[in-house]
Design a protein. Sequence first.
Length: 199
Amino acid sequence: MRARPYVGIGPDGKRKVFRAASKPEAETHGSIYSAVIGPFRTVRGAEFMAKHGAGNPHCQTVADAERIAADYVPSVSEQTVYVASAWWHDCDAFVTVCGNSPKHVEKAIYRAMRDAAIDAHNQSEPEDKRNIRDYLDDIGWSGVNPFQFDAIISEHTIEHYEPGFSGDAETVVHDSDMDYFDYESLRRGDRDTIVYLPT
């Protein structure tokens, strides 16, 4: 059976999203949570309930949370994005990847590292006997880390694109650091979005 998202309320009143394959019971979860809400259809609904449900008269049920979360867009200081960078030994980063899913960002950074190693191998001198694995070993990476959106995306990019994202996209002023459609899909929370940031 597929694990479904729930919101657990701890003894201190703090809410946390967790997954369970079957309905949480007092015997299995009572030592961790004082109460459990769910199951939720989407993680987005569960996260909305966890962040905004306490004391909110508009968000009292799972259905309320799912409905509101479907249209809710967090502010740039509330939204979390995932970022990874890679670099050659003793050099600055040659690629920085940003997205809404840590799994997708990890796949993208691994692909970028492998492509860089293949390019270096193909451009090497004939007497260079290193293989692609040797070049990969010369590349370091940061791991995938969560950041607030406005800590990663430049202030001038946000100033150019946020008014269009929040209202009329036809009045968007182009920003040289990022394409508007990349910004839009990142802000919208699309799980498969991958944006390569300036390095």
